[in-house]
Design a protein around this ligand. Sequence first.
Ligand SMILES: Nc1ncnc2c1ncn2[C@@H]1O[C@H](COP(=O)(O)OP(=O)(O)OP(=O)(O)O)[C@@H](O)[C@H]1O
Length: 257
Amino acid sequence: MNVIEARHLWKEYGDNVVLENVSLAVKAGEFITVVGTSGCGKTTFLKLLLGVETATRGDLLLDGKPLPDEPNADRGIVFQRYSVFPHLNVLENVMLGAELAASPFWGRTFGKRRRAIREQAVAMLESVGLGTALLKYPSELSGGMQQRLALAQALIKKPRILLLDEPFGALDPGIRADMHQLILSIWRQTGLTIFMITHDLKEGFYLGTRLWVFDKRRHDPQAPNRFGATITYDIPLGHTDRTTLHTIQQSLGANHD
Ligand SMILES: Nc1ncnc2c1ncn2[C@@H]1O[C@H](COP(=O)(O)OP(=O)(O)OP(=O)(O)O)[C@@H](O)[C@H]1O
């Protein structure tokens, strides 16, 4: 069964057609990487998957049923920046997610339950390499450490689907390579389904099991918002020749070397 399926999905803001007739099917455990020119609707697509935006037309299904139109523990998200709470320390940031899931009304747990959540949070932070930074505040962390924290915060709720919006875009190349190993090891261990937006085509090819290119098939020079983007390439990775990579690089413009 498909974990996510879209049938003729459209998203419009007023007369701005952002996504146009997107159809897709994704099986559990796939690692989808998404590229496309700036403003073509990639984040909008993730927001539809998260449930903070709804489609204008078409169907978006989770396990064959309409996707709930608000976020829940099934789906976790990490943004390029600012995914964590600045006024909470590392451990509190991760515990809060688990406490909200366990006690949605109070956002706090007590006694045995709280100790169990603390242990889970510590284990999660150790697994992302933050075991020695539990009491630090986000402002005291490097960019890479903040993204490790954001991942731990998303993963503590045990989502089945992880949505990543350019999570490594602001990191230096060396740190980024470490994060690639981390996300691959998390993906292998958990069997999560991952959707990851990247502006780095090579990163998309390296990490994904499948790469999507979002682009417009039709253009109206007089009215640029008239047509929306759809998936113009859907490539199973591991079988792609250099010519395809080159063609996509050209269609995305010069900033993907
Ligand atoms: N809440 C909103 N209200 C109105 N228009 C919106 C809203 N959110 C996004 N848009 C418009 O939708 C289009 C797609 O935006 P989106 O952020 O999804 O693009 P993107 O491909 O993720 O861009 P980037 O790569 O630059 O992050 C843009 O034209 C944007 O202005």
